[in-house]
Each structure stands twice: as structure tokens, then as C-alpha cells.
Write a protein that binds this ligand. Structure first.
Ligand SMILES: Nc1nc2c(ncn2[C@@H]2O[C@H](COP(=O)(O)OP(=O)(O)OP(=O)(O)O)[C@@H](O)[C@H]2O)c(=O)[nH]1
Ligand SMILES: [Mg+2]
Length: 196
């Protein structure tokens, strides 16, 4: 699968602004700073399509991108401690409202830093996706930060912590582009399944 000319579409701050997708939509979720925006830029072959930031908690809106055959929705990162309780509740509501329209979501990529064990928020997200039977894949990000040996060990640990087989976790690096082919392959499969 080739990606050419991915474009930013629009942002939504509240449920009333959510886009009604006219093609398959893949949602990208994960903790703040887990590498969601960086992954989108890697897939788009563009450096600044999605805004990335060393300061966590920056993507506060649902940002939609048109990738030609499909849409990507970059969701606000959860679990960032330094935001106010009111803001956290607002995020939780936005996420709930987003996933309530589950028939509009072809698949979810749940991103988690390969070096860290999943947080309570990640596990809650996993439970939520399972409960609502929304198909998802866990993506272990920032794999460039580890040696090959450590990577294998961490992939097992991440899969285990999520209660998944190691085959259900993809390792990627938004920095080096490792894992990009496998991810594009996964997206092709998602689109093919949706077309059946
Ligand atoms: N080395 C390395 N750094 C990465 C990778 N992906 C993301 N980063 C860095 O991690 C930080 C956060 O990346 P973002 O892509 O902004 O993370 P995010 O999940 O979109 O964060 P929020 O929008 O705050 O939820 C940035 O400093 C990135 O440069 C990766 O694959 N390798
Ligand atoms: Mg982001």
C-alpha cells in the first residue's frame, strides 16, 4: 500500500463537531506522549502533518486526516497527570462520545511506549475496546530506543501485560520508520476486511 498526499481534514473539540466518516476510519489512541502524532507523520511521509511535542498532552482535539483510502483520527492522549481534573473529565467525555459511534470506527491502534508497561489508563482502554467489541491492534512505539535483544523481551512483556499474544503487537519507530511496512500491511488487511 502506498500513501501519497495525506491531508489534514479538520479538528473536533466536542462530539457535535465529530466528522461523519465517508470512508473507513482508523482511530489512534494512547497515553499522552506515546507517539500518536509521530506515527501519523511517519505513515504520511510528512514531518509536520500532525503536530508533535516533547511536552505531553498537546493534542487536545480529535484531529482527522485523509489518507486517501482511509481516514485517521488522532485522539487526545490520556493519562497526563499535570492537567486539571475538569480537563481530564472533558477528555474522558470526548473519548467516550467518540467510541460510542463504534460503527464508524474500522479499527483502533492503541499505542504504548515499548519501554514501559501499560498504565492503568491503557488497561482501561483495552477493557473498553474489548467490552464494545471494537477491533484493535497494540502498537509498541519508539522501538529505536532499544537494542534488538531488548526489543524482543519488551515486546513479550507488553503483549503479556495487555493479555495478548506477541503476534498482536507491532513494534514501530516513528523516528527510523521501522515497522512501517508491517503497519501498512495491517492497514491493507483492515480495509480488505471492511470491504467484505
Ligand atoms: N526516539 C523516538 N521518539 C519518538 C518516537 N515517537 C515519538 N517520539 C517522541 O516522543 C514525543 C511525543 O511524541 P508525539 O508524537 O507528540 O506523542 P503523542 O502521543 O501525539 O502525544 P500527545 O499528543 O501529547 O498525546 C516527541 O518528543 C517525539 O519526538 C519514536 O518512534 N522514537
Ligand atoms: Mg499528539
Amino acid at each position: 500500500m502506498q500513501i501519497n498526499g495525506a491531508k489534514f481534514l479538520t479538528s473536533a473539540a466536542t462530539a457535535s463537531q465529530f466528522l461523519k466518516p465517508e470512508k473507513p476510519m482508523i482511530a489512534i489512541c494512547g497515553k499522552s506522549n506515546s507517539g500518536k502524532s509521530t506515527l501519523i507523520n511517519m505513515l504520511a511521509n510528512q514531518k509536520r502533518l500532525a503536530k508533535t511535542s516533547a511536552a505531553p498532552g498537546r493534542t487536545r482535539l480529535v484531529n482527522y486526516f485523509d489518507f486517501g483510502a482511509f481516514l485517521l483520527a488522532d485522539l487526545p492522549g490520556y493519562g497526563y497527570a499535570a492537567v486539571s481534573r475538569a480537563e481530564k473529565e472533558k477528555w474522558a467525555k470526548t473519548l467516550d462520545a467518540f467510541f460510542a459511534k463504534k460503527e464508524e470506527i474500522a479499527h483502533v491502534f492503541l499505542l504504548s511506549d515499548i519501554r514501559r508497561d501499560p498504565s492503568q489508563d491503557d488497561l482501561q482502554m483495552l477493557t473498553f475496546l474489548n467490552f464494545h467489541t471494537i477491533p484493535f491492534t497494540v502498537i509498541a512505539t519508539k522501538c529505536d530506543k532499544l537494542s534488538r535483544m531488548n526489543r524482543i523481551e519488551r515486546m513479550r512483556a507488553v503483549a503479556n501485560a495487555f493479555g495478548l499474544g506477541a503476534d498482536n503487537v507491532l513494534a514501530v519507530s516513528g523516528q527510523t520508520g521501522e515497522g512501517k511496512e508491517a503497519l501498512l500491511q495491517k492497514i491493507s488487511e483492515i480495509l480488505e476486511n471492511g470491504a467484505e
